[in-house]
Ligand binder design. Structure first.
Ligand SMILES: Nc1nc2c(c(=O)[nH]1)N[C@H]1C(S)=C(S)[C@@H](COP(=O)(O)OP(=O)(O)OC[C@H]3O[C@@H](n4cnc5c(N)ncnc54)[C@H](O)[C@@H]3O)O[C@H]1N2
Ligand code: MOO
Length: 393
């Protein structure tokens, strides 16, 4: 198997499984998920003409008044009668406009004497002034959220006011995470000679925290084929994510262990730096993604592959991270055959590239606020050139 171009690998990964089944989620549990079908308005908003201000509902033709106050309209308590000639109704923001009135005199421009209201300012300039007409926001039957759009806080609120208590979403994704490597110990545990605190598993959990996942931590697995095989075969999640053991060394057993567990590997090795040795395939009814062990490689491949896979399974129409243009702070050499994601940091509007890009170095990753994308075979770039970045901030 040669090196697969990144975009091709991403497409093949998503093709391994369709989005998960649909369920109705209460609004409070729908946030951050994706609409599984189009959401339309069950009602018109506002349902009728409402006042946009606190003041007095009048007929514009009756200006300059004075007006005789005949009642009150508050939000939720509309005035039942009708505003006749040079009459007014005390009205509050969000309250229904009474019949016969077509604008609102704001209270700052009114002087009240008993039941008489005098104009004490410019007054509403035209009929309809300070009134929100019925249907200003949307009308019953309008399409509000498209299938595949993320349910942001604003869309949750929109759905609520459109009359929905639940929204159609894909079920949550069950994700199992396994770190592999004899040298790994849980963070904070005592370390023997050659031991290393485990960091990829906790990084992955953190990286997926804003996605609709139920995480299953398979912990740290040793470099032993049978142990790996049994752990991989037993988990049965929607997505199994492994880290480490993906390369070609004698102790890199993830691929053979997955195959022994019954996995069909779809691809191994991507034209990507960092992250070349990643693999993906099907295991049982789920998808397995094997990430490289180097911490920055694991981060980059999780960002480019695991998060988009979870978004895709959750019904996202646009599952891949967005890139944006930025101005390069220093020159970059021509790129080789692998698409490069360089740790960068924006200072005064220019992006500066960390001098050493070794994929073991977490401190440069933690300091980076973006990844600078260099396409395979991209020519050298000068300071001031535009580059594409992936925002990490
Ligand atoms: N002869 C070759 N050697 C290597 C190649 C190659 O093509 N030919 N590829 C290199 C590349 S690129 C990468 S990336 C690494 C990835 O290899 P593995 O996925 O097999 O990763 P490991 O060997 O298991 O670990 C690499 C490194 O990362 C540390 N590690 C692993 N897991 C964790 C974890 N959960 N938390 C923290 N740190 C972890 C591990 O201790 C190693 O230091 O292979 C190159 N080699
Ligand atoms: O791809 Mo490895 O991730 O270059 O270090």
């Amino acid at each position: 198997m040669g090196l697969l171009p990144v975009a091709e690998a991403q497409a093949r990964l998503l093709a391994l499984a369709p989005p998960l089944s649909i369920e109705d989620a209460p609004l409070g549990l729908a946030a951050g998920r994706w609409a599984a079908s189009a959401v339309t308005a069950k009602r018109t908003q506002p349902a009728r003409d409402l006042s946009a201000m606190d003041g007095f509902a009048i007929a514009h033709a009756d200006l300059p008044g004075p007006f005789r106050m005949i009642g009150e309209s508050a939000a939720g308590r509309p005035f039942a009668g009708r505003v006749g000639a040079i009459e007014t109704v005390r009205i509050f923001t969000g309250a229904a406009m009474p019949a016969g009135a077509n604008c609102v005199l704001v209270q700052e421009e009114a002087r009240v004497e008993g039941t008489l209201v005098h104009l004490a300012g410019e007054g509403p300039g035209h009929p309809g002034r300070n009134v929100r007409p019925a249907g200003l926001d949307f009308s019953e039957g309008d399409g509000l959220i498209a299938a595949g759009e993320r349910l942001t806080p604003a869309r949750i609120a929109l759905a609520a006011v459109a009359g929905h208590a639940t929204l159609p979403v894909r079920r949550r994704v069950r994700v199992a995470i396994a770190a592999t490597g004899d040298e790994l110990r849980p963070a904070g545990a005592p370390l023997g000679d050659g031991d290393l605190p485990e960091s990829n598993g906790v990084m992955l959990s953190a990286l997926l925290a804003d996605l609709p996942v139920d995480l299953l931590d398979l912990g740290i697995l040793p470099d032993r084929l049978e142990v790996l095989r049994d752990a991989f075969a037993g988990a049965r999640p929607d997505v199994l994510v492994t880290t480490g053991g993906a390369s070609v060394g004698d102790h890199d057993l993830v691929r053979p262990a997955l195959e022994a567990a019954g996995a069909a590997i779809d691809f191994w090795r991507v034209a990507l730096r960092p992250g070349k040795p990643m693999l993906a395939g099907r295991l049982g009814d789920g998808v397995v993604v094997g990430l490289p062990g180097n911490p920055v490689s694991a981060f980059v491949t999780a960002t480019l592959f695991v998060r988009p896979l979870i978004a895709h399974l959750s019904g996202a129409a646009d599952p891949f991270p967005a890139t944006a243009p930025a101005v390069l702070g220093e020159p970059l050499p021509a790129n080789g055959e692998r698409t490069d994601y360089l740790r960068g940091r924006r200072i005064d509007g220019r992006v500066h590239i960390a001098a050493i890009q070794d994929s073991s170095m977490l401190r440069t990753l933690a300091r980076a606020d973006c990844l600078v994308l260099r396409q395979a075979h991209e020519p050298a770039a000068a300071a001031g050139d535009s580059v594409e970045i992936l925002d990490l901030a």
